[in-house]
Design a protein. Structure first.
Length: 447
């Protein structure tokens, strides 16, 4: 009588959790242990290989049914049975080289099919906002609920894993000097009728950026998703902020209705975006004293709304991903994604529109609706004048100090100096006074 080899099931494993989160915020060197179970729900044994994704370089260590290691071959789970896996993480929160979020995974290879359980721990002392709701493709955590006002302060940074959501009728205020770091595919979402007030200062701007702190990532694109603001009843404020390394910088959008409120963005730098830096779609906004640069799409993508762009520098020389369909400024009374058209207005004053293309301003009008534009005392790179140009300087070099280093202050020979019109904006983005006829752009020339 011969022995027949055991037949193993190819049914996927089931896990007690898809994600092991160590929510201890360490203030000194420490470690903690958690466990989960792996279930075989089939009527035959399952043979699987188990390995720690980060191997010997991982912050984690694992133990599979009492055996420590990083790789376990041919682990057999009997039918209708399960095994325990223990996970330990060791963190030194004083190590500034630690990532804010220490991530890894445990991988399971069963009959050439791969499954994994994610591992997340907190690597530095910070406020951690970890998504706990929503479908897998849109995980979120509500940080300000209905009729709730929440204040973020500068004492410790905020680290967002997933979407941090300001819910309908909720309000989030962010104080000067606060740093907000986003993990991959994460963002800040101000839901319908929510409210955001992020007001920094020249000395203590608010920072929105990736949680990847290595110097290489400072100029990298698409490290997190965006600040996403939907329709509402109150004006949203972003002042003295830096928004960098995201897919889109700030996206304002009316999905279900076009409301009269607006977002006011002032004294803010938006840079290093993979897509357009600012998108306003069925949404109103004002921009004053802002620098928008280094983006793979438009600096401003304006589609249905009312917009006032004052004393700003919109300059894009990025070589990555941009084509002539994405000029520095795109203005239209028609929305993309088949969201329709409506009467729209755009007013630009004392603003530089410059970049590496021959035409950096494009307008598109659905003739069934009005598109009223006015460009007053601006510097614009474009091959032809428009009827809406008033005292516009065309196709001259703005003479920035060093655009390769993103230094958009003006040289002494810049044609933008004293070429603006007085408008009540008394200081530039750095707090320098604007006297007499102001300079065009976000920066007032200083010796």
């Amino acid at each position: 009588m011969s022995c027949r080899p055991e037949q193993f099931s190819e049914k996927p494993l089931e896990f007690s959790t898809s994600e092991v989160t160590f929510d201890t915020v360490f203030t000194t060197v420490g470690s903690t242990i958690q466990s989960f179970t792996v279930h075989n729900t089939s009527h035959a044994s399952i043979k699987t290989d188990i390995r720690l994704g980060g191997g010997n370089q991982s912050y984690y260590s694992i133990n599979v049914d009492g055996e420590p290691g990083i790789y376990f071959k041919d682990v057999i789970i009997p039918p209708k049975d399960s095994i325990y896996i223990f996970v330990k993480v060791t963190i030194n929160p004083g190590n500034v080289n630690n990532p804010f979020l220490v991530t890894d995974s445990i991988e399971f290879i069963t009959a050439n099919a791969k499954q994994s359980v994610q591992l997340i721990a907190y690597g530095q002392n910070a406020h951690f906002i970890v998504a706990d709701s929503g479908p897998e493709h849109l995980r979120y955590k509500v940080v300000a609920g209905a009729h709730e006002e929440v204040v973020w302060t500068k004492e410790k940074p905020y680290v967002v894993y997933g979407w941090a959501v300001v819910d309908s009728l909720g309000s989030l205020k962010i104080e000067p000097g606060t740093k907000v770091y986003f993990h991959a595919n994460s963002g800040l979402w101000v839901y319908r009728y929510g409210h955001l007030e992020a007001v920094g200062s020249a000395e203590e701007p608010i920072l929105f950026r990736s949680d990847r702190l290595d110097e290489w990532f400072d100029s990298d694109f698409t490290q997190w998703s965006r600040i996403w603001i939907m329709e509402g009843s109150r004006d949203n404020l972003i002042d003295h902020a830096i928004v960098t390394n995201s897919y889109v910088g700030i996206q304002m959008e009316g999905f279900t209705e076009y409301t009269p409120n607006k977002t006011v963005i002032s004294n803010t730098i938006i840079k290093n975006n993979q897509n357009s830096a600012v998108i306003a779609r069925w949404a109103n906004f004002d921009m004053v004293n802002c620098l928008v640069t280094q983006t793979g799409g438009c600096c401003l993508q304006l589609e249905v709304g009312k917009w006032n762009i004052i004393n700003s520098t919109l300059a894009n020389y990025a070589a990555v991903g941009r084509d002539t369909t994405h000029p520095v400024v795109y203005v239209s009374n028609k929305s993309s994604f088949d969201l329709g058209s409506y009467h729209s207005e755009a007013y630009f004053e004392n603003t530089i529109i410059d970049g590496s293309f021959r035409r950096e301003l494009r307008e598109y009008q659905n003739p069934d609706f009005q598109l009223n534009t006015l460009y007053r005392n601006c510097m614009i790179k474009t091959p032809g004048s428009l009827p809406s140009f008033v005292d516009v300087i065309m196709n001259q070099n703005p003479q920035f100090k060093d655009r390769t280093e993103l230094d958009f202050r003006l040289k002494s020979n810049s044609p933008a100096i004293d070429a603006g019109v007085p408008n009540g904006v008394l200081f530039d983005i750095l707090g320098n006074p604007r006297v007499g006829n102001p300079d065009i752009g976000a920066y007032e020339f200083t010796e």
